[in-house]
Design a protein around this ligand. Structure first.
Ligand code: PEP
Length: 263
């Protein structure tokens, strides 16, 4: 269903009126995690000022360590709803288990499946049945074939509004948190008609790499990027090392704008 064998032209997915796909560069930005109402609003305003058309932010955070910040859960969703109303930015937010889809879906414009859940087939089927756009992150240990098969699980339930997100894979390299598999962008675009975006924040795990990785992603043909921002990264409860400050996201936005006419 997601292969170009039967669907030759690349497709666009529309999220609350915002297109993601060929002929557009979509910027999704926001906090990695919802921490407080003021932090979430400040991050969303930073994203909006930089030209982002969709807001990201996690209320449910599936962390490697059970001792790390796990997100605010439902109260985080309510904060996101307020910030969405105030900024007018449609919301992309993560759902971490099948039972959570019913709770998260009314708040979200796009449901995010994180890297750790790419193989959670019951969750993929549930978001497939939810009938709303899905952002499917690549598992950090998944091949492209496995990633596309995960997309098939969603598509099989009648939902083809799927955007694929390359977010780095695990390699032997330790200088970066993950290794951005830049070749995945053109490879997937040849195999699948679905839009492909890149998350340069989780790929490198370092704010100094977000700009170069964004440039690389767009040069490789990505349909957009998803970027973490924080009003005060030093105090962030989740992934502060990769969160951009106001001037840094403005610089990335400028780079995206410069690359747009080259598409
Ligand atoms: C995220 O985008 O909030 C996130 C946790 O990303 P990933 O699943 O790619 O680690």
């Amino acid at each position: 269903l997601v292969s170009r064998e039967h669907h030759v032209d690349r497709t666009a997915v529309t999220v609350a009126g915002v297109p993601i796909g060929p002929d557009t560069l979509t910027v999704i930005a926001g906090p990695c995690a919802v921490e407080t109402p003021s932090q979430t609003l400040a991050a969303a305003l930073m994203a909006k000022a930089a030209g982002a058309s969709l807001l990201r932010g996690g209320a449910f955070k599936p962390r490697t360590s059970p001792y790390a910040y796990q997100g605010l859960g439902e109260s985080g969703l309510r904060i996101l709803a307020d910030v969405k109303a105030e900024t007018g930015l449609p919301l992309v937010t993560e759902v971490i288990d099948p039972a959570g889809v019913e709770l998260v879906a009314p708040y979200a414009d796009m449901l995010q499946i994180g890297t750790r859940n790419m193989h959670n087939f019951a969750l993929l089927q549930e978001v497939g049945a939810a009938g709303m756009p899905v952002l499917l992150k690549r598992g950090f240990g998944a091949t492209i074939e496995e990633w596309l098969m995960a997309a098939e699980y969603i598509a099989q339930r009648g939902n083809l509004d799927i955007v694929l997100c390359e977010r780095g894979i695990r390699t032997f390299e330790t200088a970066t948190r993950n290794t951005l598999d830049i070749s995945a962008v053109p490879v997937v675009q040849r195999l699948s008609h679905l839009p492909v975006i890149v998350d340069p924040s989780h790929s490198g795990g370092r704010r100094d790499l977000v700009l170069p990785l964004t440039r690389a992603a767009l040069a490789a043909g990505a349909d957009g990027v998803m970027i973490d921002v924080h009003p005060d990264p030093g105090t962030a409860l989740c992934d502060g090392d990769q969160a951009l400050t106001r001037p840094e996201i403005a610089e990335v936005a400028d780079a995206v704008a410069r690359l747009s006419p080259l598409m």
